[in-house]
Design a protein around this ligand. Structure first.
Ligand code: NDP
Ligand code: OXD
Length: 308
């Protein structure tokens, strides 16, 4: 039977171990940096310590507990083994709910109304039709596609930007770096659902955010490292941007004294847009272990060269 090492901050994966044991009877488990973890064939990871995976000579499979694998591939010493991620319809449902809520938050002026409620200011904003709000999604993959479709169903004007060219009913599609400025220029609410890779790191900087029309808002569901937060704050303060819902941060948890918590126009949420259940994580990892043993193609393996 296969042996697994859990590589994460201490205790994070405690709920996973019994579920994985139930899926894979006879499994032997250890947590990094216990000595036994170095002998493991399967590494189950969230932000593994740099160099740890390279120090596991028997490694056959590296599995993220998340949809993103940036937490693993950030370490250049990660050995050349398959890296798999979690893809689950429930994650798509949750992310789409979060994107719909954030879109409505700005589209229906809840950001302003919540501020007004604090001071007892009764103000009714003019109502806009959904087709008059342009929602732009960065990343038209598993999550971006689901959110975009539901926004189209609700009548919003939806566009999306991806690496490769795509067509999707009711969605204006843009692809490649050369099309990014044109895409940004026609977006009222920008939703980021990109993976974090060397090409997307720091993408949302002053130059790019300035391309958004005056009054646009940002919804960051991807990774904190996509955003240069100081550039966002500067554009909020000049009034070029209206607001931002930020779910992800370079440093998580975001410290309680971090100024973003108190920046006017910014709503911080605690990396909660879509949380995979431990049961689904265990089932998907176990299925890949069974596939590995049978020599079958793995589910949700990422392309190491692309980084996602
Ligand atoms: P996918 O891999 O399915 O989709 C990624 C999309 O991004 C694809 O459309 C891809 O283009 C596009 N893309 C990648 N690189 C570039 C680039 N350089 N330029 C333009 N487009 C690019 O990922 P998911 O939809 O499953 O997940 C996206 C991210 O969401 C995750 O990586 C994770 O960071 C984040 N996430 C956040 C959660 C939260 O709770 N906040 C929960 C779950 C995920 P193409 O289609 O051409 O390949
Ligand atoms: C993920 C996440 O990538 O939770 O799944 O951010």
């Amino acid at each position: 039977m296969i042996s697994v090492a859990f590589l994460s901050t201490p205790g994070l994966m405690d709920p996973l171990e019994p579920l994985l044991r139930r899926e894979l009877p006879g499994l032997t488990c250890a947590s990094w940096p216990e000595e036994a973890s170095r002998e493991a064939e399967l590494a189950v990871c969230w932000k593994p310590q740099a160099g740890a995976l390279a120090a596991m000579p028997n490694l056959k499979l590296i599995h993220s507990i998340a949809a993103g694998v940036d937490n693993i591939l950030a370490d250049p010493s990660v050995p050349d083994r398959p890296v798999c991620r979690i893809v689950d319809p429930d994650i798509s449902v949750a992310m789409t709910e979060f994107v719909l809520w954030s879109t409505l938050y700005f589209h229906r002026d809840f950001d302003r109304v919540i501020d007004n409620a604090r001071t007892g200011a009764w103000h009714r904003y003019a109502q806009r039709a959904p087709q008059d709000t342009r929602v732009g999604i960065l990343g038209l993959g598993t999550l971006g596609t689901d959110a975009a479709r539901r926004l189209v169903d609700l009548g919003f004007s939806v566009s999306a930007w991806s690496r490769s060219a795509k067509t999707a009913d009711g969605i204006r599609t843009f692809s490649g770096a050369a099309a990014l400025d044109a895409f940004l220029g026609e977006v009222d609410i920008l939703v980021s659902l990109l993976p974090l890779t060397p090409s997307t790191l720091g993408l949302l900087n002053a130059e790019r955010l300035s391309r958004l029309p005056k009054g646009a808002a940002l919804v960051l569901c991807s990774r904190g490292e996509h955003l240069i937060a100081d550039d966002l704050v500067a554009l909020l303060r000049t009034g070029h941007l209206r607001g931002a819902v930020l779910d992800v941060f370079e440093r998580e948890p975001l410290p309680a004294d971090h100024p973003l918590w108190r920046e006017p126009g910014v709503l911080v949420t605690p990396h909660m847009a879509a949380i995979a259940s431990w049961m689904v994580i265990a089932q998907q990892i176990a299925e890949n272990v069974r596939r590995l043993k049978r020599g079958e193609p793995l589910l949700n393996a990422v392309d190491r060269a692309r980084g996602y």
